[in-house]
Ligand binder design. Sequence first.
Ligand code: 13P
Length: 342
Amino acid sequence: MTKSLKAIAQKLMTPGMGILAADESEGTIGKRFDKINLPNTLDLRRDYREMLFGASEAMKTYISGVILTEETLKQEAADGTPFRAILADADVIPGIKVDRGAFPMPGDTGEKITEGLDGLRQRLAQYAELGAGFAKWRAVITINDIAPTRNNIRANAHALARYAILCQEAGIVPVVEPEVMSDGEPGNHSLERCAQVTGDVLENTFKELRLAGVDLAGMLLKPNMVLPGINSRERPTVEEVARRTVEVLKAHVPAAVPGIAFLSGGQTDEEATAHLSAMNRIGGKPWPLTFSYGRALQNVALRTWAGRRENFNAARAAFTHRARMNALAAQGEWTNEMDRAA
Ligand code: 13P
């Protein structure tokens, strides 16, 4: 496999930096806008992304890569500057979400399978042309009384592997994201159940990646943290979550993987930051750990922006603060006091 894949993966994992996931599909960004009573228009989606990418201090200092949708990859800021040029100016690698979403799995298990493999080779060639250095595919794993099933874990792992090898063929670093949901329905599972399912999913995912011939040195893993379901009464400490997550990863993620960048998965902003920092204070890990957060980087900035360009500066300040806190966490140096002091 080419040296450049490894170089891109390592640049994404630059110490003290992480990834901004700004690849909400039209449906998902619509849900976020809905919460602040904004219509889901092309212009507002553009303004919102322009607010984020134009936060130049945050982008230059704390963000190594941004995951975009196809719409944003091809889009321009209000003054006509392509977003790709704004990112290039900040030395941020553009990435692209290439899956077509998670759809109900046949059967009545409440599970989902991610679609988007048909025609992916052609799309990837086009994205590479447009300058995408990395890509993302998200598999969703549901925990309920009868799920996950072996069938669903295998189907999702297989799709992730098919996607990953096609990315590498196109010179694009695949970010492999198998998300064991903690904020799904019914969401009452224990932390230990999440640990067991996460381990099983990672084991199957790496088995399929190897079978497909994926070069593990030219990919990144984007996993969930090990957490109880959102409706569980269990309240583990930050240190317990960190310890169990690192244990599960060490048992199932090969050392050849150049980095792990977590999703936030519906945790509060501070929880996502605290957990990352605590994991980075644990020694003896073969890979660096950073963030690839969507909501936990954007929540406050989205509310501060509220659909108005005149709020760009205030929203950018809020985003910059969260990015800085997570950059500190990526080095195990975040504290609650620093977060509050700002
Ligand atoms: P969250 O951090 O909001 O979970 O989003 C990250 C992501 O990219 C999910 O696919």
